[in-house]
Design a protein around this ligand. Structure first.
Ligand code: PAF
Length: 284
């Protein structure tokens, strides 16, 4: 049975009781509009824990002015249906006013270079919103493990840093990207794509595939890989936001590939911003 919980205080009470009874709690934080990517996180959590909580909350504080907060898809009934089918125990679906009462003045900001790169540059304040809502959700849900998708790899690193720096007694698990048959990474924002834009959207995957193949064939020059990714994306009519060849732990740019690397891209396809990445382990 899946219970839908609306209020933070109630979710908190339930989490406390579950912990007292010795249950392990797996947590999948989401903004709803659930797709196969979320389902893979949910399945991991259900398989590894006594109880699974999925939160569905379109977090206003991680959207910048002019971003898609208002039009972000809100499909709670469908989301609950998926959670029922997947054996989720609790869907936590709070309202913005209950998560952010007017009295609230505390924010969580992860510092350092992790947030000053990639999406942190094009979306100022985004990771402050993510870190703040995750800290609140972790305190409410009190999970043993929270599951994050690799598509948002930078977010995963930021949340891991938050958990370590603020001593949250929990693990963060990374779950691989789930793709459509043609390679497009599953994303709630894919539903904004118009039919003609899908081909352009696929250029992110193609760019990453070509760069990965080049690395596996022995290319070590990051600037050559960056040029390859940029040209694949731009020639498909998408507007490149960034392409990086980076250290998978620090996100520092690499000049040469001399070990495992993160290849990551972000691009605008019409008015839809998409991201994707590959973790690549080159032959030694
Ligand atoms: O990845 C997301 O959907 C969101 O950034 C998260 C982690 C649920 C925080 O709002």
């Amino acid at each position: 049975m899946t219970d839908v919980i609306r209020y933070p205080a109630e979710m908190s009470r339930i989490a406390g009781e579950l912990r007292l009874r010795g249950n392990t709690i797996g947590f999948v934080p989401t903004m709803g509009a659930l797709h196969e990517g979320h389902v893979s996180l949910i399945r991991r959590s259900v398989a590894e824990n006594d109880v699974t909580v999925v939160s569905v909350f379109v977090n206003p504080t991680q959207f910048g002015p002019g971003e898609d907060y208002e039009r972000y898809p809100r499909t709670l009934d469908d989301d609950v249906e998926i959670c029922v089918q997947e054996g989720v125990d609790f869907v936590f679906a709070p309202q913005p006013d209950d998560m952010y009462p007017r009295s609230m003045t505390t924010w969580v900001e992860v510092g350092g270079d992790l947030v000053n790169r990639m999406c942190g540059l094009s979306r100022p304040g985004h990771f402050r919103g993510v870190a703040t809502v995750c800290a609140k959700l972790f305190n409410i849900v009190r999970p043993h493990t929270a599951y994050f998708g690799q598509k948002d790899y930078q977010q995963y690193l930021v949340v891991r840093r938050l958990v370590e720096d603020l001593n949250f007694p929990m693990e963060i698990a990374l779950v691989p990207v789930v793709r459509e048959k043609d390679g497009l990474a599953r994303s709630s924002r894919n539903r904004y794509l118009r039919p003609g834009e899908r081909e352009s959207a696929l250029s992110l995957y193609r760019a990453l595939t070509k760069a990965r193949d080049a690395v596996l064939a022995g290319e070590t020059d990051a600037s050559a890989l960056l040029a390859l990714m940029a040209s694949e994306i731009e020639s498909a009519g998408a507007e490149l936001d960034y392409a990086v060849v980076a250290d998978p732990v620090t996100l520092e740019d690499k000049e040469r590939v001399d070990g495992p690397v993160l290849l990551a891209v972000a691009a605008w396809v019409g008015d839809v911003r998409l991201i994707d990445n590959f973790l690549v382990d080159p032959p030694q």
